[in-house]
Design a protein around this ligand. Structure first.
Ligand SMILES: *Cc1c(COP(=O)(O)O)cnc(C)c1O
Length: 424
């Protein structure tokens, strides 16, 4: 499929039925798979032969959807996970262990920040958070002997910081470690991080990929570009024998598939954060229209942002696709066709006015979600970050008056009319 354009890949990649087989991807709603020889089953367990035996490890529906996402990103191997959180957790823990360290851009989704700042720290992996606008020298200084990866988000949720791929990729590669990028907000329709030097891409498929707020899910994609064997001392898990599989060496046996095979064979086997085949089926239907929905989300977001910019009660608006935004130049460089449908804004009346305005909205709903077909808002200071006082909010990069507005694909005039009545 890789020679087709992105629109065709959204529809066709990952599943090609044979003669007389179902036209659309079936749901293989089965925990297990039958074999006629016990010896063959044994070879599957030893990774000597590839095949399905238990859905915690692999399932045909999930594999077809992972293959589609892999093709959309231009990677060589991919896997689905039960959530975006699981994808980011696995992406790091597949190459880092107790005593290791990672470097992250500090503008991150709140759940990812908690995961990296607290949860993996308890497992012995420390993270250093760097200002995404740091100089190359400051970034360089964040690396240690035991650094194993660099991590960032293409467009940070909710800070809307656009990731400087050139700066972060050259630092990562200079230090012999991969760049891992969470591409949830941009989606491969607007940005393909592998084209800008990223080595691994992760997704919360819960957002635009599913696109309908129907199922939580995640994905990890490997570009196949990072040479683990060239940095064998840093990545022993990939380059030395795995005793749980009779001493196979992932890089030797699986080549460019080493990273995803290890994440499946070890992490998924032991931690078990699989996506259900039912959810993968729904995700696949969402992916078929990704290339139609993303441009509409972006177009509506620009219209809503322009409306808000001109409103007397609005103090500020952030939309990286609009000239004047702090990240406009980076957005033009890496995502000239559009960024995402999420914008943020603040009202002159501050935090209280934000809460009052949101309560008056009729079409646009207050929900803890972003990036689905329906327009929605969230006030982080009252919701996701409500334990923090104003000072702590500002330190976390969330202004107390910030409203996160996920612009849907309804008619833009209806969306703007709802803002209008709520603001008046
Ligand atoms: C939502 C989100 C996640 C977490 O994904 P879940 O599917 O909710 O676990 C990770 N990264 C980004 C950028 C997100 O927006």
């Amino acid at each position: 499929m890789s020679s087709y354009k992105i629109e065709t890949k959204c529809i066709q990649s990952g599943y090609e039925p044979g003669n007389g087989e179902p036209r659309i991807l079936p749901i293989y709603q089965s925990t297990t798979f039958r074999y006629t020889s016990s010896e063959q089953m044994g070879r599957l367990f030893d990774l000597e032969e590839s095949g399905y035996f238990y859905t915690r490890l692999q399932n045909p529906t999930n594999d077809a959807v992972a293959a589609k996402i892999c093709d959309l990103e231009g990677g060589v191997a991919a896997m689905l996970t039960s959530s975006g959180q699981a994808a980011n957790f696995y992406a790091i823990m597949n190459i880092a262990q107790e005593g290791d360290h990672i470097v992250c851009a500090s503008a991150l989704y709140g759940g990812t920040y908690n995961l990296f700042a607290h949860t993996i720290r308890k497992m012995g992996v420390k993270a250093t958070f760097v200002d995404p606008d740091c100089t190359p020298e400051e970034l360089d200084a964040a690396f240690c002997e035991n650094t194993k990866a660099v991590f960032g988000e293409t467009i940070a949720n909710p800070a809307l910081v656009v990731f400087d791929f050139d700066k972060f990729a050259s630092a990562a590669h200079k230090h012999g470690v991969p760049l891992i990028v969470d591409n949830t907000f941009a989606t491969p329709v607007n940005c393909r991080p592998f084209e800008w030097g990223a080595d691994i891409v992760t997704h919360s498929t819960t957002k635009y990929m599913d696109g309908h707020a129907a199922c939580v899910g995640g994905a990890i994609v490997d570009s196949g570009n990072f040479d683990w064997a060239a940095h064998a001392d840093k990545f022993p898990g990939l380059t030395t024998p795995d005793e749980t599989y009779h001493g196979i060496v992932y890089t030797e046996k699986f080549g460019k598939g080493a990273y995803i095979t290890k994440a499946t064979a070890q992490l998924m086997r032991d931690l078990g954060s699989i996506q259900s085949p039912q959810n993968a089926f729904l995700l696949n239907i969402g992916l078929e229209t990704l290339h139609l929905r993303v441009p509409r989300h972006c177009g509506n977001a620009i219209k809503a942002a322009r409306y808000l910019q001109n409103h007397e009660k609005v103090a500020w608006v952030r939309c990286p696709s609009l000239p004047g935004d702090k990240y406009y130049d980076l957005a033009q460089k890496y995502m000239p066709d559009g960024t995402c449908g999420v914008i943020t804004f603040g009202l002159k009346g501050g935090r209280d006015a934000a809460v009052e305005m949101m309560d008056r909205l009729k079409l646009i709903a207050i929900v803890t979600h972003v990036a689905d077909a329906r327009s929605c808002v969230l006030h982080p200071a009252s919701h996701t970050h409500r334990q923090m006082n104003d000072q702590e909010l500002i330190e976390a990069g969330v202004q107390p008056d910030l409203i996160r507005f996920s612009v849907g694909i309804e008619n833009a005039e209806d969306i703007i009319a709802d803002l209008e009545q709520a603001l008046s």
